[in-house]
Design a protein around this ligand. Structure first.
Ligand code: PEP
Ligand code: MG
Length: 552
């Protein structure tokens, strides 16, 4: 038996084949080729492979969701064969005697720019399709598997670590669980696993070896154990836990449709955190009462270039409409620190967690901010959208954000584009400065949402990405809990609501403390909604105390 001990960061037990994540260099460089005919044949093969993949996808979509959803892939197939597009690729190859990858990239950029400049909104949105088709042909030329997992069956995905820009590309339907050599409980792989409701282990170190690829692993996301060739006792324990997990899931289903209210009538809003429109399915399946944090930066991380206003609008509108009148809090771009996006060309920083990130980037790049705000306000006409700004430290930042919102609303009004002028505006409380300034900040906004991942990091001076900090990174620290109370008191004095959207919100051992503090909303990973509801419905708010705040 081989036992690999890491840190459990997303609960659950699973069994499956180990698959090591392959990192590919997908940068396209221009190369001169001697044998142009052979290069053209390579291109033709990649085009044919793309056509086959698109036909398969269209067929799958038609079977699962009907004709309409298959149209997208049929349109993509038309682009692959489009005369002008193909001619452009071939001309570049002939004129420059270059490799097919370079010529495809040039044609993709030219055509995407052409569509993006069109007046008609529908045609402008086709720029994204061209980029998608171009990426597909490039992947086939470079032998890169879409979704990153070259396996028919679902796998236990193993890696040294996964960057947010890598996790967004993964084919989630093929993942049973994650195990990484590095990483931490607050890393985005852990957050993704919790959203998907599957087990994850991080910090497995060098004991996790690439040579284990293909072997069957048993993983436990609670204890942090990964086992190969288990002995009889371990196997029996694993099977028992798997069965209990199944039974608990069934029991929790009875919580669906129930109200989030304590025995003495205190209501709590139990919302969900998501990273993409695809995650809404998990929110609905777990009966989340709203979305308390849509991390919009994942749209930027998944793209190779700035997502256009129309692309963003479509994503926000899809989520707002699917939630059907329930509140959807969309956070503006929060990149920098652990979430790096190449095309932003940010300078390398010594200390990125304290550098140019989140709202600081938006306030420094008004055009990027304006594009996102326009998309958000346009989407506000299709549901109950709320806008939230991350990493606030100062009153002037919020005033500047509000000015940007006002200017976007004036533009939309002048253009006759519908939007909700009463769209709620909130801020994240995730820095000690925002706690100190909470009374003043509360007067400027409609709600607070506490990002406890960052608040813990900045309050305790502990890097949230660093796995070695162990007990020093303690979100239960009285300093963090007292900070929460200060923010809640300031919010309530100003008559606004306050929620928690950091990972701590799902920590059942703190629920009574949150009730005593007066937290109004908990936004958690979708799989945590029903366990939280079960606990809320067993609680008596009036008997909850602030004991842990003074437990120093
Ligand atoms: C947080 O900091 O708690 C938070 C919710 O934001 P993120 O984890 O995306 O930084
Ligand atoms: Mg944060």
């Amino acid at each position: 038996m081989i036992l690999i001990q890491g840190k459990g960061v997303s609960k659950g037990v699973e069994k499956g084949p180990i698959y090591f994540f392959q990192r590919h260099d997908n940068t396209v460089t221009k190369q001169t080729v001697d044998d142009l005919e052979a290069e053209k044949a390579r291109l033709a093969a990649a085009q044919e492979q793309s056509m086959q993949q698109l036909a398969d996808l269209a067929e799958k979509c038609r079977a699962e969701a009907g004709d309409e959803s298959a149209i997208l892939f049929e349109t993509h197939a038309m682009f692959v064969e489009d005369d002008d597009y193909v001619e452009c690729i071939q001309e570049t190859m002939e004129e420059e005697h270059c490799n097919a990858e370079y010529a495809v990239q040039v044609a993709g950029e030219q055509f995407a720019a052409m569509f993006a400049a069109m007046d008609d909104a529908y045609m402008r949105a086709r720029a994204a399709d061209i980029r998608d088709v171009t990426q597909r042909i490039l992947n086939n030329l470079m032998g890169i598997v879409e979704g990153g997992i070259d396996s028919e069956d679902p796998v236990i995905l193993c890696a040294d670590d996964l960057a947010p820009s890598e996790t967004v590309q993964l084919d989630k339907s093929k993942i049973l669980g994650f195990v990484t050599q590095g990483g931490s409980g607050n890393s985005h792989t852990a957050i993704l696993a919790r959203t998907m409701g599957i087990p994850a282990i991080c910090g497995a170190g060098s004991a996790l070896k690439a040579e284990y690829s293909g072997r069957t692993a048993y993983i436990d996301g609670e204890t942090g154990e990964m086992v190969l060739d288990p002995d009889d006792i371990t196997l029996a324990k694993f099977r028992d836990k798997h069965q209990k997990q199944k039974e608990l899931k069934e029991l929790l289903q009875t919580m669906k449709g129930q109200e989030d209210v304590t025995l003495d009538g205190r209501k709590m809003m139990v919302y969900c955190n998501i990273g993409s429109p695809d995650d809404v399915a998990a929110v609905l399946a777990n009966d989340g009462q709203g979305i308390g944090l849509f991390r919009s930066e994942f749209l930027y991380l998944a793209a190779n270039d700035y997502p256009t206003e129309d692309e963003q609008f479509e994503a926000y509108k899809t989520v707002a409409a699917a939630m059907d009148g329930k509140r959807v809090v969309i956070r503006t771009l929060d990149i920098g620190a652990d979430k790096q996006v190449d095309y932003f060309n940010l300078n390398k920083e010594e200390n990125p967690a304290m550098g140019l990130r989140a709202i600081r980037i938006c306030l420094n790049r008004p055009e990027v901010f304006r594009t996102q705000l326009r998309a958000l306000y346009r989407a506000s006409a299709y549901g109950k959208v709320a806008i939230m700004f991350p990493m606030i430290t100062s009153v002037w930042e919020v005033k500047e954000c509000r000015r940007a919102c006002k200017s976007v609303m004036d533009e939309l009004k002048a253009e006759g584009i519908p939007f909700n002028p009463d769209t709620e505006i909130g801020i994240m409380i995730e820095t000690p400065a925002s706690i100190m300034m909470a009374p003043e900040l509360a007067k400027l906004v409609d709600f607070f949402s506490v990002g406890t991942n960052d608040l813990t990091q900045y309050t305790l001076a502990c890097d949230r990405q660093c796995n070695d900090l162990g007990k020093f990174f303690d979100p239960h620290h009285p300093a963090v809990l007292r900070a929460l109370k200060m923010a809640a008191d300031a919010a309530h004095a100003a008559g606004i609501w306050i929620g928690i959207c950091g990972e701590l919100g799902a920590d059942l051992s703190l629920l009574h403390t949150f009730l005593a503090i007066g937290i109004d909303e908990l936004s958690v990973t979708p799989s945590a909604v029903l366990p939280l509801r079960a606990e809320i419905r067993k609680s008596i708010a009036q008997t909850c105390t602030l004991e842990l705040l003074y437990n120093s």
